[in-house]
Design a protein around this ligand. Structure first.
Ligand code: SPV
Ligand code: MG
Length: 436
């Protein structure tokens, strides 16, 4: 007797917030045969939109317990070809929302591929989450408690080729970063997180970047940014302050939901790293700075709170050897990421460093702050092993000339009418603030 082979049906799914739409797809799929779910990894989802609220392992666990699911395979890109060629399903089921927009090409590719072995595409009406009263915002508020927020940077680093942070010095800037996204050249792009910069915090308070604005004041101000945003935050803590105070700073930040602290290996009266003249004596000893890193590591409650060790060798006129020795030592002391800073106008220093450090057994992912070497692009940074890029001061630098221009025009014209086209309408600025 010839046994009839069970048909296989492939169901690609993110399964972040499972709702009746997902269950319906699984139910329909089950009518056709063995249900193989291609569960998107965090990085696959990150290619087109924000990271899911819950991570891959948790989504896998939930899905395993859903009736009708026979097998789950990892779907690690938005291109299904690899899994389809391997599984050769008789059917693939998908919501019909992909006929237009960003997934249109994927759909055509799937149809072509299925054709090779006579597979068929089944399309079901897409479930509009609004119609089944799923309010992602309400749900995300449950997920975005400080604990889950802390771990977001780690998840991003694990799932993205490069993570892009930009500076925020006040809540409205935070909101801008929170909501800004574009589809450009077939890619979804947004800043994944917020850099809480000592420079822009100080300057926007009319003070120099020399710790005149105290750490506790900065953390209090940061609280207002945290309140209106959900993206991960990296706090620039200068040199971290006194070692005795560091554990309290770390716990304070962690409690707020901050994901990481950057501490730099400088001592004495702080001056901004981008100033031309720097005092070599201001370099901390390797021993002392390692102690700071260890203290920071011990103080954190969760290992998902990351310690970024920032090396100022190039800023202070020291050489590559010094920078590399420090990187090795800081890494061994427990730093999770290494920020190699530079104030020359090309990335040559940081790339020379990266080429060597990449080979080290103590290698840690690298962070770049391309303020002076702004011609460097993200692809070049990725190729050199950088995992995080920080646009450290750009929003404040953009705001100042825009404000100056409008103020000057009002003075010139003795009225504001001529400036209307340069400024956002009152209605729009008010609407930027979500009302509850
Ligand atoms: C900051 O943004 O405050 C920084 C980066 O620390 S830099 O200004 O380059 O020192
Ligand atoms: Mg700073």
């Amino acid at each position: 007797m010839i046994m009839k082979k069970e048909k296989k049906i492939y169901v690609p799914m993110g399964a972040d917030i499972l709702h009746s739409g997902h269950l319906n797809i699984i139910k329909i799929a089950k009518r056709y045969g063995k249900v193989v779910v291609g569960l998107f990894t965090d990085s696959a989802i990150g290619e087109y939109k924000r990271l899911p609220l819950i991570n891959y392992a948790q989504r896998l666990e939930i899905l395993k317990n859903i009736k009708g699911v026979d097998q789950i395979v990892k779907q690690d890109t938005w291109d299904y070809s690899k899994n389809l060629r391997k599984i050769k399903p008789d059917f693939l089921i998908h919501g019909d929302d992909w006929k237009t927009g960003i997934q249109k090409q994927t759909r055509l590719k799937v149809i072509k591929l299925l054709n090779i072995w006579g597979g068929k595409l089944i399309e079901v009406p897409y479930t509009d989450e609004n119609k089944i009263k799923i309010n992602k915002k309400d749900i995300s508020e449950v997920f975005f408690n400080p604990n889950t927020r802390v771990s977001r940077l780690k998840r991003l680093l694990d799932s993205k080729k490069i993570v892009k942070f930009i500076e925020s010095h006040n809540p409205i800037t935070g909101l801008l970063i929170e909501n800004l996204k574009i589809h450009f050249k077939k890619e979804h792009r947004e800043f994944e997180g917020i850099w809480s910069s000592s420079l822009t915090d100080s300057v926007s308070n009319g003070k120099p970047d020399n710790q005149s604005v105290e750490l506790s004041t900065r953390i209090n101000n940061l609280n207002s940014i945290m309140e209106v945003t959900t993206k991960p935050v990296l706090f620039d803590a200068d040199n971290g302050g006194r070692i005795e105070h560091l554990p309290y700073t770390i716990r304070n930040l962690e409690r707020l939901g901050v994901s990481a602290i950057a501490i730099e290996d400088k001592i004495g009266l702080k001056s901004n790293s981008l100033f031309k003249v720097q005092n070599k004596e201001n370099h901390d000893s390797v021993e002392n700075f390692c102690l700071k890193i260890k203290t920071a590591c011990e103080a954190r409650r969760s290992e998902d709170f990351l310690i970024v060790a920032r090396i100022e060798s190039f800023i202070l006129g020291k050489n590559l050897k010094d920078a590399l020795f420090r990187a090795e030592s800081y890494s061994k002391a427990g730093a999770d990421l290494i920020l190699i800073h530079s104030k020359v106008d090309t990335p040559k220093e940081i790339f020379a460093f990266a080429k060597k450090f990449k080979k080290s057994k103590n290698y840690k992912p690298l962070v770049a702050v391309p303020s002076t070497y702004s011609k460097v692009n993200e692809k070049q940074l990725i190729d050199h092993g950088f995992k995080l890029v920080i646009y450290a001061n750009h929003l404040l630098r953009a705001a100042y000339p825009a404000m100056e221009k409008v103020a000057l025009n009002i003075l010139k014209n003795k009225r504001s009418f001529e400036s209307e086209k340069e400024i956002i309408s009152i209605k729009k600025i008010l609407n930027m603030i979500p009302s509850n």
